[in-house]
Write a protein that binds this ligand. Structure first.
Ligand code: S3P
Length: 443
């Protein structure tokens, strides 16, 4: 297990960061959706983080050929060093000879369930100890209701999950949780079911899957918050995508600028999907100077975000939670440094992420002497750091977003992150960027 010590730095930050890791959501989807075409897709700047590497390895087990720019086929080590890769679905999805290991990746597990349920064969999906204790019934139940043959541990609640491919029926499904993973699983099935299917959800979750399907030429209609999928099972067009930087990864540095006196940080080439940049607007409402400029577009808008330190006032967040769910631990760091009492409610979903993020965020903040209160569906944070112990050790509980959020606070106050390996799940070069700002020791 790796631990990381971050020393406090007092320099005034003026940074331009053009190496934020590629978007995790789009990387997962670029591989999984390539199975919906019968032609080769081209993917550049794929995220070779642990989660998305698992997605790629599973795709190879299912029969996808992954070819790098030097012509190496299915050789993960050489593909990792390649700027672009071609994904050839050849004869579609084949039954694998071994289990499909998703590691820590909820997105991989849930989206693969939707992709695989209507295909011939038996597929067993498993993950690490954290993923295997996260709820899978949110995807299993709707898929079973449309004819899928899926069983899993604890009465269909947790992975490992066993899918016996079967014929699914067109459906009309309303999801009571705002989850892009649930939505994507159902869309992936719907596109492989002959007929008309409809999906709606309690409030709109991130919409990459719809955007990619439209980009691949799928016959889908999005109106009045309902997605209608018309499918005759014809293979879709191939994907051709250069994956932009991940706004959730960029957000750690936005928070760094927000809490560092005099700081200005420019974040280059960031995915600007509106369902993904809500947290930047929250910082703006707190008083931070933020400007966002669209520079290009490929399936979705891409551009630069400039974050400049200013005042930082408390805020209450009670809506659009699914648009900032991954950023709440980092936002909590901003709340801890803000003037006044901030509050997050209606965010019970935080308990089902890579850790129970209500508990793990508050546990960390209390070690920095921050006054906070746990709510069933959120928390209250009274801004103000009050350090008593000299070295603060934060347990990441294997959650990449907890590790990186507290690493950012550590740049101001010093911190020791226990179990920091998880950072590689989504942002393998995170500590390299931090090393340009302050001293970092791994041990
Ligand atoms: C993701 C959706 C979100 C998010 C996760 C990635 C995706 O989860 O928390 O990190 O790529 O679809 P839910 O859709 O389950 O809320």
């Amino acid at each position: 297990m790796r631990n990381t010590e971050i020393s406090p730095s007092s320099c005034i930050l003026d940074l331009c960061i053009d190496s934020i890791a590629a978007d995790k959501s789009i990387s997962h989807r670029s591989v999984i959706f390539s199975f919906l075409s019968n032609k080769k897709s081209r993917i550049a700047n794929y995220l070779f983080g642990e989660d998305t590497l698992n997605t790629l390895k599973i795709a190879i087990q299912l029969g996808l050929d992954v070819v790098d720019s030097n012509g190496n086929i299915n050789d993960i080590e050489s593909i990792k060093n390649s700027k672009e890769m071609y994904l050839d679905p050849k004869n579609g999805i084949n039954e694998p000879t071994d289990i499909l290991y998703c590691g820590n990746a909820g997105t991989a597990m849930r989206l693969y369930m939707g992709l695989l349920a209507p295909n011939k064969g038996q597929f067993i999906l498993s993950g690490d100890k954290y993923l295997n204790s996260r709820p899978m019934d949110r995807v299993i139940k709707p898929l079973v209701s449309i004819g899928a043959n899926i069983t899993s541990r604890c009465n269909n609640a947790f992975a490992p999950v066993c899918i016996n491919g079967s014929l699914l029926k067109p459906f009309e499904y309303f999801s009571g949780i705002s989850s892009a993973q649930v939505k994507s699983a159902l869309l992936l099935s719907a596109i492989q079911i002959e007929g008309v299917s409809k999906f709606s959800e309690i409030s709109k979750s991130r919409d990459h899957s719809e955007n990619i399907l439209l980009g691949m030429g799928a016959n889908i209609d999005i109106s009045n918050d309902e997605i209608t999928i018309y499918s005759d099972k014809t293979p879709l067009n191939f994907l051709d995508i250069t994956i932009p930087s991940d706004p959730s990864s960029a957000f750690y540095f936005a928070v760094l600028a927000a809490i560092s006196k005099g700081a200005k940080i420019v974040l280059k080439n960031i995915l600007l999907n509106p369902t993904r940049i809500e947290a930047f607007y929250i910082l703006q409402k707190m008083g931070v100077n933020i400007s966002i400029e669209v520079k290009s577009s490929q399936y979705e808008n891409i551009g630069d975000i400039v974050v400049q330190n200013n005042k930082l006032n408390a805020i209450t967040i009670d809506s659009n939670i699914s648009w900032l769910i991954d950023e709440i631990p980092a936002l909590a760091i901003a709340f801890a440094c803000a003037n006044g009492v901030s509050k997050v409610i209606n965010a019970g979903e935080l308990r089902f992420k890579e850790s129970d993020r209500i508990k793990t965020t508050l546990e960390g903040l209390r070690l920095f002497g921050v006054k906070c209160e746990e709510l069933d569906d959120g928390f209250i944070i009274d801004g103000g750091i009050n350090i008593i112990d000299k070295t603060i050790s934060i347990n990441s509980y294997g959650d990449h977003r907890i590790a990186m959020s507290f690493a950012i606070l550590g740049i101001l106050y010093g911190v020791n992150i226990v179990d920091s390996d998880c950072i590689d799940v989504s942002f393998p070069n995170f500590l390299d960027i931090i090393k340009n700002i302050t001293e970092v020791k791994n041990y």
